[in-house]
Design a protein around this ligand. Structure first.
Ligand SMILES: Cc1cc2nc3c(=O)[nH]c(=O)nc-3n(C[C@H](O)[C@H](O)[C@H](O)COP(=O)(O)OP(=O)(O)OC[C@H]3O[C@@H](n4cnc5c(N)ncnc54)[C@H](O)[C@@H]3O)c2cc1C
Length: 295
């Protein structure tokens, strides 16, 4: 199938993009890397009358490393982030998750913002954003700027809080401070580069004795949005992680998920898989945090 007819506008500034969206609203769609939108248009699941190209907007391509946050423009290519020299030290979980996102070719074009707005429940960047509690900035011509946390951004499968006339302009990704930080991203997909059947991500901090001082984790592909479990994570603070505790925690998290069944896996299988992946991610991140190598 080919895309339905559309008109194309190349935005030459953010103001231009905002004005165009303000004028055409729900009839217009932004195109960033096009790695999700173009297939959706080809399948006629998306039929914008106007396509507004934001690829030329350098103001959306900044990567600014601060002391406690990395500020990312929505138009930063996934591959540029992947190769950023401070990614592994400042946002290790994102570095680990990015390797699972599609292929080198799709990451060359695909943007961080495009992935979050596309909001596939299995998307690795979306899961990382939930686990790290990212702050997102949206702008529109009529309302100006507003910010919201990842938990309020993802509303359902391919459904976010971004309004018809809004642009996701940038994101603020927290940098965890101090020592003894470990992270892990685990995923199972049918083929390399496919969307995850289920995934799990974890970032953990301990004191020098291996006692957990900070913990955040989540699961992807097992609900309408990626899931994070801040309350459950808090119950582990002050404890040392054992294999039994990791397994019990992962089991409890998986029980609250509501995966669907499809030709690849039943809901029960996905739930079981997510539990195993999360248990593995917790132990792997913990081992890193306390400085031990993984068994
Ligand atoms: C073969 C293949 C395999 C893939 N595998 C994976 C995978 O394993 N994991 C994964 O997460 N993704 C995967 N993807 C998707 C890929 O990561 C896309 O890059 C990403 O989902 C969308 O980013 P994009 O920049 O291409 O956005 P686009 O496709 O250009 O846009 C996606 C949506 O976001 C909107 N949008 C884009 N930017 C903005 C903005 N700044 N503000 C508001 N709205 C905006 C668009 O209007 C559109 O609705 C795969 C894609 C392909 C083709």
């Amino acid at each position: 199938m080919k895309a339905a007819p559309f008109d194309y506008i190349k935005a030459d500034s953010l103001t231009h993009a905002l004005e165009t969206l303000g004028e055409y609203g729900g009839d217009a769609k932004l195109i960033a890397g096009g790695q999700s939108l173009v297939p959706m248009m080809a399948m006629r699941l998306a039929r914008p009358t106007w396509l507004v190209d934001i690829n030329r907007l350098d103001s959306l391509k900044n990567i600014q490393v601060g002391t406690d946050h990395v500020h990312l423009g929505a138009g930063v290519r996934q591959r540029d982030l992947e190769f950023h020299p401070q990614l592994a030290s400042h946002l290790p979980l994102v570095g680990q998750g990015l390797k699972w996102v599609g292929h080198e070719q799709t990451r060359n074009r695909g943007t961080v913002g495009g992935s979050l707005v596309h909001a596939d429940p299995s998307a690795e960047l979306a899961l990382s954003a939930m686990v790290l509690d990212v702050t997102l900035t949206l702008q529109s011509k009529a309302e100006g700027a507003r910010t919201l946390q990842a938990a309020d951004f993802f509303l359902g499968p391919m459904f976010t809080a971004v309004g018809d006339t809004e642009v996701l302009t940038d994101m603020s990704w927290p940098i965890w401070q101090g020592e003894h930080i470990g992270s892990a991203f685990e995923e199972t997909a049918i083929r390399k580069g496919d969307f995850a059947m289920a995934s799990a991500a974890c970032q953990i901090q301990t004191n020098a004795d291996g006692v957990i001082s900070r913990l955040s984790f989540g699961m992807g592909g097992v609900d309408g949005t990626p899931l994070a479990f801040p309350q459950l994570a808090n119950t582990l603070v002050g404890q040392k992680l054992t294999a039994e505790l990791a397994q019990a925690t992962a089991h409890q998290a998986a029980q609250t998920s509501q995966p669907g069944s499809d030709m690849h896996a039943t809901a029960a299988y996905r739930k079981h898989l997510a539990e195993i992946l999360l248990s593995r991610a917790l132990l792997s991140a913990y081992a890193q945090a306390v400085g031990a190598s993984r068994a």
